[in-house]
Design a protein around this ligand. Structure first.
Ligand code: SIN
Length: 278
């Protein structure tokens, strides 16, 4: 693929590319935006370095891709409800996003993508891993692909955000609210056809997928575990080393991600904006 307005350097075999020659703080012309959009579709996750973004500039770039999400459980910044502060303080033990997942798959209309911007990064550690669910799907046998194409799965935020959920222990540093009342469940196809590229991707993840529709939890577990193990094979992944001013933009329809928690005693401060599906 050739791009006219940006430089694109591929990072790994399955997914990921670094984009050069763009200042995201500016109101981008259509040609540059179209190239970035194409690179996002081609590479599933794209990375920018050396950016300086206010919350308004972060939101303006994200809005070029669609409406911004207001997270149902994580309170946004004052005056910017669409901007989540992801902070791990030196004394915190747990981190946000420290397990493989696809953002917001627990919503009725899951998101298009998330744009994560680094304000303060640890001296070492704190990388984010990404895994291509397109590569994971394509590597399955024809028989399993056929079985999965007939299945739907139930997604819910309950394991993460209910009163006893995994996020409870992270509430001190981050503005994470406990889900009130019943946490909704939504059904999505296990094989998602990407609305823009037409490519198929596995659409289940360990954080939010509860079971297959019409199957019990016990019946679902062996096949889900098989898929979760298969999908995190190293050959489907890439890894991003953050610097202050880096921005990653990943496609939640095609990618899982995992925030590594390997920097005890150090501070990490990011801002995330998520784009809703149309
Ligand atoms: C997230 O899951 O959105 C957080 C990723 C990160 O902090 O690296």
């Amino acid at each position: 693929m050739t791009y006219k307005s940006i430089e694109v350097r591929k990072l790994a075999g399955a997914l990921g590319a670094e984009i050069k020659g763009v200042d995201l703080a500016r109101d981008l012309d259509n040609a540059t935006f179209d190239d970035i959009h194409q690179a996002f579709l081609d590479h599933q996750v794209i990375f920018f370095r050396d950016q300086t973004l206010t919350p308004d500039q972060h939101k303006r770039f994200a809005r070029r891709f669609g409406t911004l999400n207001i997270h149902p459980y994580v309170r946004g910044m004052d005056g910017h409800p669409e901007v989540m502060e992801i902070i791990k303080e030196p004394g915190d033990r747990l981190n946000f996003g420290g397990g493989w997942h696809s953002d917001m798959s627990f919503l009725e209309k899951p998101s298009i993508g998330s744009l994560l911007y680094a304000l303060e990064v640890p001296e070492w550690g704190g990388d984010t891993l990404f895994a291509s669910m397109v590569a994971a799907y394509e590597a399955l046998s024809p028989g399993l692909k056929k079985t999965l194409e007939g299945l739907n799965a139930i997604h819910s935020a309950s394991r993460e955000y209910s009163a006893s959920g995994a996020s409870a222990a992270k509430r001190q540093s981050m503005a994470i609210a406990e889900a009130e009342g019943e946490v909704g469940e939504f059904i999505h196809p296990v094989v998602k056809v990407h609305p823009e590229t037409g490519r198929k991707a596995l659409y289940v993840n360990p954080a939010f997928t509860m079971k297959f529709e019409g199957w019990s939890t016990r019946e679902s577990k062996p096949l889900l575990d098989y898929l979760f193990n298969h999908a995190r094979y190293e050959g489907f992944t890439c890894r991003f080393r953050w610097e202050k001013g880096s921005l990653a933009f990943w496609d939640n329809r095609a990618v899982w991600h995992f925030a590594l928690n390997d920097y005890p005693g150090q501070r990490r401060h990011m801002r995330r904006v998520t784009v809703d599906a149309a």
